[in-house]
Design a protein around this ligand. Structure first.
Ligand SMILES: [Zn+2]
Length: 615
């Protein structure tokens, strides 16, 4: 899961048989199903697979293993050109910063001082590769917060300039009562939002400097993951002492006095550092990765044979934890085995392939088994399949069943989550009926966390979806998500329930009707601050493209009503530039629900100004 789916008498007999087998496995390890699922998950989570990061060689070993198991199960390859694989490229690679990067400051007296790499300045992984020389301007904390009328950019023209911003927010250590940024304090302090705000104001580069709270810790250089989203401009961190020196020459106050002043009255003190220019030469590369989904098919038979049912799970994980790890600095460069996330779902889909693959004269819809890559970077594999290359038509896809993190069933509570049941009216009753003798305590959610796994890509294309999982745990996205902690009999039970669901979906004569779900007004939201336009951005866009590429527009949502179309690029909102996602999110966080906005999009050669009322 990324850090942010009617049995006739004969089938019922088969399923009951499997349930009994699962119970036997709970008692001992001599069951062949237990043994093969154990073998699968231990392999997927082994050091050989290197945590299945898209930036590892190990993921290709996992892919070869999975494809071979699908073949042994009797499936036909259903990827590109008769292979098991559907290749796609991930463009948002880990930033590699070269020590050939340079930074120099030119003072009002014309004197040039060269700063030392990784000592006086650090090129942060947000940085683009660029060479810029421009005047330096100070923009306080880099914040625009209309709800409390605080704007470091008020009456400040930073276009084409290199902007110096402080980390965090004013009154960072003050109690909630005094800290007007409390509540959203962390969101406003986010460095990505600040960089985005600078880009929205057309800055040429960003220099950030620790706030006063870091001063006592020796003004350390900040450490961000290498896999963060890249900005369209260079981004470096500089030592406070350097800014102090610039203040001493360019302004009539000290940095500390300036910060204290803003803390006291919450009045921004932005302005040019007169006479100062900076030259940034950031040498940064972002590799792209060749990824592949794995797809196998069991063709159907009879009148429903031309329709499709998909069962899917992502097989990628975090590799060595350079991106997406929750384990902190200690976890960096350690293998993140991802046994539960999502060795468990992958193992379960392989087992389902074996069960359906061994059935003779199966009737009904075709069953397509998909193992996605790029999930941990933002559902990229499933998005590629759904938006770019649906190898089986989505219009005739009855449903998608997603398994992601199904290996941690608690035998006492027997809780199983079923998210996305709001996507078709039939799910609710179906799940209850099929679970009756399995005994899960099923916690159903209309949406739940469906937007954090691959079913979301199918849901957005109008396919009814359901997502089974056994919940979060302390090992989530950490090196401790190991195979020995997997409840294999529990996973076998999830497979049994999923098998029943798939058997039903394959044979049910009546297609499910996809339901568009709209989050309730005022309901707690996950994700970025601010109102919503009802669009989904492309998270895999080439960083050199300008504007936010729209991957999907929510049906009947605000953007759809305003005339925004899939494939448009949003280049400005309310007159502020949105060259990339950071800038887009920063600008949207400053907007109010229910007030109409001018949204500028580029569509082919044309530029259009549309009016959208966000919610
Ligand atoms: Zn995950």
């Amino acid at each position: 899961m990324v850090e942010r789916c009617k049995l006739n008498a004969r089938r019922l007999a088969i399923v009951l048989g499997l349930a009994l087998v699962a119970a036997a496995a709970a008692r001992g390890g001599d069951d062949p199903i237990f043994e093969r699922m154990k073998k699968d998950i231990f392999f997927l989570a082994s050091p050989e697979c290197e945590g299945r990061g898209i930036d590892t060689a190990g993921i290709n070993k996992a892919a070869a293993y999975i494809a071979n198991e699908l073949k042994l199960a009797g499936l036909k390859p259903a990827g590109k050109d008769g292979t098991w694989f559907q290749p796609f490229t991930v463009n948002i690679g880990n930033a590699k910063v070269s020590d050939a990067s340079t930074m120099a400051l030119t003072g009002p007296d014309g004197k040039i001082s060269k700063l030392e790499f990784d000592k006086d300045f650090k090129v942060q992984p947000f940085s683009s590769a660029a060479k810029v020389t421009a005047p330096v301007i100070f923009a306080g904390y880099g914040l625009t917060v209309p709800s409390i009328k605080y704007d470091d950019f008020k009456d400040l023209d930073v276009a084409g300039k290199i902007v110096v911003v402080l980390r965090r927010v004013p009154r960072w250590t003050a109690g909630d009562a005094k800290n007007q940024f409390a509540g959203d304090r962390e969101a406003h302090a986010g460095i990505e939002a600040k960089i985005g705000n600078c880009e929205a104001h057309k800055a040429a580069g960003v220099i950030f400097v620790n706030d006063a709270t870091e001063d006592s810790k020796g003004d350390p250089m900040a450490s961000f993951p290498d896999g963060v989203a890249g900005a369209g401009i260079p981004v470096v961190q500089m030592k406070r002492a350097q800014l102090e020196a610039m203040f001493a020459v360019g302004k009539k106050t000290t940095l500390a006095e300036m910060e204290k002043g803003i803390d006291d009255d919450l009045k921004p003190r932005s302005g040019p550092l007169t006479g100062w220019t900076a030259t940034l030469d950031t040498v940064v590369s972002r590799p792209s990765y060749a990824c592949k989904n794995i797809i196998g098919v069991l063709e159907g038979s009879g009148p429903l044979a031309n329709e499709t049912v998909v069962v899917g799970a992502h097989y990628d994980h975090l590799g060595f934890g350079l991106f997406g790890s929750l384990g902190g600095p200690k976890a960096k460069n350690q293998i993140h085995p991802g046994a539960d996330d999502n060795g468990s779902g992958t193992t379960s889909v392989m087992e389902l392939a074996r069960r359906f693959g061994s059935m003779k004269d199966r009737q009904g819809r075709r069953l397509v088994f998909m193992l996605f890559s790029g999930e941990e970077r933002g559902l990229l594999g499933s998005a590629y399949y759904c938006n770019k290359e649906p190898l089986f038509p989505l219009e005739s896809t009855m449903a998608m069943v997603n398994l992601d993190m199904v290996g941690r069933l608690n035998d006492t509570t027997r809780k199983l989550k079923a998210d996305g049941v709001g996507s078709a009216k039939e799910w609710d009753a179906l799940v209850d009926r099929l679970n009756a003798d399995l005994g899960f305590d099923i916690e159903k959610s209309a949406m739940g966390l469906m937007d954090r796994s691959d079913l979301a890509s199918f849901y957005r294309k109008g396919v009814p979806c359901i997502f089974f999982w056994t919940g979060f745990h302390d090992d989530y996205h950490r090196p401790t998500d190991t195979a020995d902690k997997i409840n294999i009999p529990g996973m076998m039970k999830v497979v049994s329930l999923t098998e029943r669901v798939l058997a039903h979906l394959a044979t049910e004569p009546k297609r499910y009707q996809h339901i568009v779900m709209v989050p309730k007004k005022g309901a707690p939201k996950s994700g970025p601050a601010g109102p919503r336009l009802g669009i989904g951005p492309n998270y895999n866009d080439d960083a050199n493209n300008k504007g936010v590429l729209i991957e999907f527009v929510t049906k009947d949502g605000p953007a759809a009503k305003g005339g925004v179309k899939e494939g448009d690029r949003i280049i400005a909102i309310a007159g502020k530039a949105t060259p990339n996602l950071n800038a887009y999110m920063s600008v949207m966080s400053q907007q109010k629900a229910d007030s109409p906005l001018e949204v500028t999009v580029s569509r082919g050669e044309k530029e259009l100004k549309l009016t959208v009322t966000p919610q």
